[in-house]
Design a protein around this ligand. Structure first.
Ligand SMILES: [Ca+2]
Ligand SMILES: [Ca+2]
Length: 172
């Protein structure tokens, strides 16, 4: 079977238009930060954390900007599928949807989630942002977030229950 080339071309045109429309609709306050600054900012919260930096400098935006982006982005509408479209895929999809449209990066965080009641834990991926001098964890599967407070455990509600998030690696 040959692919429908007109439909593929049309899909490209629509995707480009959609991204251009979102870009001009959002009102972003863009600043820059170096990887060293990002590391020095996060380390006091998580002294054991490992870092992977892919660039030397990064664009940053305000948390109000991020909330607008989270509301606009539809990664959370994807259906969760074990392996095929699970936590790692949600975290990378959110990151690259925002990058493709706005060229604004966020962190990919790898770590563990703990169930408060049973202490059951599992490996997990999510996103993090530094905005307005604060650190936030964003759960792209459920469109929920938490502001990180030094010395306090981090909880985000998943389907029904709050899970504790413990990061290991920050990739930026
Ligand atoms: Ca969303
Ligand atoms: Ca996966």
């Amino acid at each position: 079977m040959t692919p429908n080339k007109i439909a593929l071309k049309m899909s490209n045109i629509l995707e480009n238009s959609a991204r251009t429309m979102a870009r001009s609709a959002l009102d972003l306050n863009v600043d820059t930060r170096t990887s060293t600054q990002a590391r020095e900012f996060i380390e006091p919260f998580f002294p054991q954390a490992k870092f992977v930096f892919l660039d030397g400098t990064y664009k940053t935006i305000s948390w109000d900007n991020w909330k607008d982006i989270i509301e606009w982005d539809i990664t959370d509408l994807k259906k969760y599928k074990s392996e095929t479209f699970d936590c790692d895929d949600f975290a990378y999809s959110f990151k690259y949807s925002v990058l493709k449209t706005l060229e604004i990066p966020c962190f990919i965080v790898h770590g563990h989630c703990y169930d408060k009641e049973s202490n059951w834990k599992f490996g997990h991926f999510w996103n993090a942002m530094i905005a307005d001098g604060k650190l936030y964890f964003y759960e792209p599967i459920y469109d929920r977030w938490a502001e990180i407070i030094k010395g306090q455990k981090i909880f985000i509600k998943m389907a029904q229950e709050e899970m504790e998030y413990r990061p290991i690696t920050f990739e930026f």
